[in-house]
Design a protein around this ligand. Sequence first.
Ligand SMILES: *Cc1c(COP(=O)(O)O)cnc(C)c1O
Length: 474
Amino acid sequence: MTPTPVEYVSTRGGAPRLAFADVVLAGLASDGGLYVPAAWPRLSATEWQALSRLSYAELMARVLAAFAAPDVGEAELAALAADAYRDFDHPEVAPLAALGDDHFLLELFHGPTLAFKDYALQVLGRLFDRVLARRGERVTIVGATSGDTGSAAIAACRDREAVEIFILHPRGRVSEVQRRQMTTVDAGNVHNIAVEGTFDDCQDLIKAMFNDPPFRQRWRLSAVNSINWARIAAQVAYYISAALRLGSAGDPVAFAVPTGNFGNVLAGWVAKRMGAPVGRLIIGSNRNDILTRFFATGRMEIEGVVPTLSPSMDIQISSNFERYLFELLGRDGGMVKATMQRFRDAGQFSLPQPLWRQALADFTAYRCDDEQTQATIRDVFTRTGRLVDPHTAVGIAAARSARPDVGGPLVTVATADAAKFPDAVAAATGVRPPLPPRLADLFDRPEHLVALPADLATIQSHISQVLSQKGITG
Ligand SMILES: *Cc1c(COP(=O)(O)O)cnc(C)c1O
């Protein structure tokens, strides 16, 4: 199959059209929008059939090739995906496990950091390297983390030739397992900074670095956060893989997805848009329920963030929703721009009734508070003997709420291994999930980090010094 070349447009209509490789490197569009394909690739019936015979890495390469043409070809992507998934600890990479009455778990925690972000980031890190090497360029990735994202980004970028990565975390405010997953990585291009401050301070520092053009350009700053299109594109593969295993055109598969940013569930929608047998998409929110409130009312409204048992979904704004909004608004970038402007100024926007209804044809959303999350972890353990992490539990609770309205196969996306959140799991079940063998010596490994004050000039000069000492010239 030779995929049709894909061009990318910004959701706000004011940035140049770009090809895939440029979109990967750009992240955010220059008009503040997000890049999406100018047209959605669709596969023929024979192409779908062929997909179901492939290994996970081969399937990923073929799906990604449909978004990456002509910049990166399927053969190159296949080599890259084989390498990315070689060390995952399950031969199927993204296996399905039965949970009861036509309800399955899609296990996305077999990668190096035990959470679903590895599935896209392990590919994205290698893609960055490939694209940069071809151009003779390099980048400095900077990011802030409250725990999970940082370790997945570090695992993806370690030892990449053309990439240096600096991750800021709030000192003393991430769990020891999370910190050690970042700081025990022994690679010359990985730099951990423990900031004397909060996660918000870390995020503000990152924003300030991007808002400093000389610094940004000197070190070619880049990010690997979930607004990067390649992450969404890479996530489409596991929806397709599961849908082809369990469903058919007449019997589509519903997915329940614990999500905060709308990134993971959006990939499910893309799979459906490409013609995969995907049915209803069920969103699970924790108490930070901006998405659930939106689907209940047609109104997107910002509220404060509260800490929950599922911290990777403790967000105020679902950034990736803008990509779906672009579709709902008939791909009218001007309207998206005006809507997002209103959202920024007033903290809210409403959709006209018909568009809200259209959104409800694709998605259903449920909120699950901490008590329900714990009750779900306990109930799954009692019924099946299986330990699930709090994020996955939010997804399972949503799936169960939706079940009366959703027939046929139902898949809950399991986004993390229970061992990543041992305290919450032990509190709910009395059983403490052990660290898997690959992390068994985590507490014996030496840590690599520097502690710095939450001061922009200090952190910038530290970064410049580290890079200069490595002989990187800005
Ligand atoms: C990041 C993360 C999520 C939320 O992902 P979205 O991008 O918001 O869809 C859910 N669970 C875990 C374990 C995560 O790390």
